[in-house]
Design a protein around this ligand. Sequence first.
Ligand SMILES: Nc1ncnc2c1ncn2[C@@H]1O[C@H](COP(=O)(O)OP(=O)(O)OP(=O)(O)O)[C@@H](O)[C@H]1O
Length: 249
Amino acid sequence: MDETVRLEALSKTYGSGDNAVTALRGVTLEFPPGSFTAIMGPSGSGKSTLLQCAAGLDRPSGGRVVVAGTDLSALDETALTLLRRDRIGFVFQAFNLLPSLTAAQNVALPLRLAGTRPDPADIASALRQVGLEERAGHRPSELSGGQQQRVAIARALVTRPAVLFADEPTGALDTVTSRDLLRTLRGLVDRAASGGTGIRTIVMVTHDPVVAAYAHRVVFLADGRVVGELDDPTADAVAARMVHLEVAA
Ligand SMILES: Nc1ncnc2c1ncn2[C@@H]1O[C@H](COP(=O)(O)OP(=O)(O)OP(=O)(O)O)[C@@H](O)[C@H]1O
């Protein structure tokens, strides 16, 4: 199956009449399997809105989102919930782990919620992918911030989603921990691209050029439009583009 995520002429307007705010204005993008893309742009440029619509958490006002061959706009709420559960992973700045559960139990949660009996081998595999198999029995309070975020990523991976969406996943982490986590994310995509199992596509929103430089490609948004792309980005090149965008905004 073609697992590419496609955004086709995506638009989003919040509110109506005098209060209407247009957040996206005809965004067309593709996120093919094996790609790790960072979305950047000035505050208010539409980054989070793009991620929410692409992940099926919010409905666009116009255009289409196609995830692994399925047009999200054609789905009712139940079908959309199932597709999100089975095909899409999310990681946010706040880790949202349940404090009373161990790392392994937190990772198993999406499977339990889906009514499946978790296979311990799958839980171990998800924790191994983020380098945390030794800490399976630890509760969040016994883990560092970076380790907690790794558990959140393992939890997103356990359902084997087609794509992982991440909104500022390193926002709450220090520099060293962020770097480790980003290497892990990049490694997951690169390993899958070279024939391994695991997550094949990551789309990540960030404000930080250093974070964006871990991606294969950076897409720049301004005022709800795609205004540029950079392949094999360096932090300096991303920062230079951002200065232009901030000045123009
Ligand atoms: N629920 C909402 N209701 C009304 N307007 C909204 C809503 N969510 C976002 N907006 C507006 O849509 C525009 C894009 O917002 P969005 O959060 O997508 O931008 P962003 O690039 O992620 O910003 P930031 O970098 O500050 O997080 C902004 O003008 C914002 O005020």
